[in-house]
Design a protein around this ligand. Sequence first.
Ligand code: ADP
Ligand code: MG
Length: 402
Amino acid sequence: APRDELVLKEPAHRRVMLLVNPQSGRGQALSLYNSHIQRMLQEAGVAHSLVITERQNHARELVREMSLVQWDALAIMSGDGILFEVINGLLERPDWEQAIRTPLAILPGGSGNALAASVHHYSGSTPVSSEELLLSCGFLLCKGLVSRMDLVSIHLSSGARVFSFLSLAWGFVADVDIESEKYRHVGAARFTVGTLVRIASLRTYRGRLAYLPAALDNCNDQNNLQTSWPVSNLYSFKNGCSISELNSCHSNNSNNREENIRHSNLSGPGPTDSLLPPLDQPVSSNWVVVPEEEFVLMLAMYQSHLAEDLFAAPDSTLEDGLIHLTYVKAGISRTALLRLFLSMEKGAHLTSNCPHLFHTKVRALRLEPQSPKGIITVDGEAVEYGPVQAEVHRGLARLITG
Ligand code: ADP
Ligand code: MG
């Protein structure tokens, strides 16, 4: 039977597989499990089996091969890395369409706990960190309410495709993500340390960026009522979506449909990407090509938090079907960039009127880096460097939320 219930079975009948990465964060996930989660689940009467991951890709391979029918939920106690493995493992299965509906849950045990922080935020609670965040997420797992979650399909230059639940980053943010791995012992503060170090050696990154604005949906397809924006919203995007873009979408209207069908023909399991032409072919004429070619960062987010204290996409929700695209163009001063990151803790960066910052909502994007070497991250993990493109799949996964 298709899994589409919004509430899990009552605790006593619920079977949860809990995957713990003992190496995540400061290496404390197992002791945090023993000190907090085990008893919490026991008291709530939630039966669970513990699986301790032994190496990189262990969770991905396990989830790809195992029988899913006996599990009501797969919970992950780690950073965002193991959830990335689990989601990709599920979508590599021949029965991916069913498998990706398995309710997932996140318990923050790593140094990068962005999804846990996002879920806590969506539950309407005031911001907390570390152990309080763990308790909050443990409580949500006991409650067992299930929501749909957006996933983003990402094409890499090798032709490989990965699925992402959190972010695609290039430039400053990607560099901090990877360089800060060596400060893992300070836990979630690793991003603050990494940001300060990177600001001291600030550089720019050359590349071309193009995107398909979400605001075009209205005029492209009047029958698509999945997202019906109030008209006033069309004009409320800061900077990124200008009136001329809106006008051009009216004039391009007739071409779009055929062009969108010329989609990428990647084979293998997982949903079809209907908005993306092959990476070596130009994007459709209804895409916006960003005029700048010199950047400090490009950050595409589909959840609210980039880290426990980085409220990077304040109006993102779990299932809005949107990629929240931010980029900072070259020329920003170190002080202004520092100010942006400081205001991000409260999510105030988007209203800071920084002339170098652009923010818009899109359905798909393409980035072609021109700097010879660099870092691109997906959900905080480095992927192969080169041209990438991405398309959002609304509500493809299931997540336990409050
Ligand atoms: P963090 O937020 O601390 O980085 P993650 O959940 O992202 O935590 O995990 C970091 C990495 O650890 C992932 O790439 C994952 O594949 C890897 N991993 C999982 N289990 C183990 C293990 N037993 N030993 C070493 N690495 C592991
Ligand atoms: Mg979202």
